[in-house]
Design a protein. Sequence first.
Length: 477
Amino acid sequence: MDTFAYLVPLVLLPLSLSFFFYIRKSNSSSSKNPPGTSGWPMVGENIDFALAGPQKFVYDRMKKYSPDVFQTSLLGEKMAVFCGATGNKFLFTNENKILTSWWPQSMKKALLFPDFVEDSLKEVSALKRSFLHDILKPEALKQYIPLMDSMARDHLEADWSPHDEVKVFPMLKKYTFALACKLFMSVDDPEHVARLAKHFTLVTSGMFSVPIDLPGTAYNRAIKGGKLVRDELLKIIRDRKKEMIENKETAGRDLLSRMLLVTDENGEFMSEMEISNNIIGLLVASYETTSTAVTFVLKYLAELPHVYDEVYREQMEIVKSKGPNELLRWEDIQKMKYSWNVACEALRLTPPAQGAFREAITDFTFAGFTIPKGWKTFWTVHTTHKNPKYFPDPEKFDPSRFEGSGPAPYTFVPFGGGPRMCPGKEYARLEVLVFVHDVVTKFKLEKSIPDEKIVFHASPVPMNGLPVRLQPHAKCT
């Protein structure tokens, strides 16, 4: 009897799987839905995605199924992957009409309070509040430029100058996180920043890993790290609130103070957990994507001496126009036209983000296929960035692509587009240009590993951290 009890599942399992694959095949062959496959039960195509990398994974399926849109299963979700400028335009212009923002459940569990995990991203986020977009506009960010410059100089003097060689990527993560803590929350104690960064690294390292919450897994560490980050932020928020009440503050000295003072259309203040959620979202963007963006700009400057020389010439013109040790201002940033073209070309070739998710809130049709309500969508950066139709000789580094009117609409999309275009785009632009200015006017760079491999996690990462040799410039007398 015991033997029979063990044999029954062994017989039924293959039959069940056969039935499952039959049903799935029938569904995927529907002429209404985009062509593609759901991959293996439970696992989907996650393994294929990880092994191939995002670009090869998408290109292989575009070739096999459709150059416009195909279906897959990633992160436990039925997903339609949109490709090309037409797909970008469709998704960007239909935000909040037929699509809404979406984060993977694993990411939400790592980042957000448990109370918010089951809510839609729109319900979780206060980023839609106009004040946050206002505070990230160029007019508001102008005041931060001298502080960005001062912190970049201090960082280079303390962490770069004493060495003949540095690893760019980890150094930039340290700098960008410290800058975000200072600008968003006025937190600048080195020990406090280091502790918060340590917890935050656990989150970003594991929030896109296989969502298995068992001891020792990256995801388990991300969950624990997320709780530690939220606890730290709540303490910062409560201390600031108490301080503002005692001092009767009515003006916001930084983003945190502005969040504590702002009310919605019903006159209600943001909750402490709402504020924490939004600060975490901003820290993710400023820590992960901006540090990656600056890293790859410096990578290309180290690889391409002729590009470096032109950036150096432009930046030294700015130095010569200023007094000794005078900090950068908005007017200086506006003169960095070639440097920004270089940064854009680096963002085209190696964008920090590979795209973004949305969720269908109703059935809709694209390219002759129906995407059902509840399906997730993903738009891809590299299907336009690396397309010779939009960027001739796409693997060539050519900053002149961004002169004049620049690329065609919806083809250069490192910051997304439409209503959900990254609100931190201008913040990222300033941070990139300020740091590049301070690096190139201080050092010439040479890659220590000429053929260093790039691997993909949440963002592209130099396998060895991009070690570069530093050649300080002779000081002008």
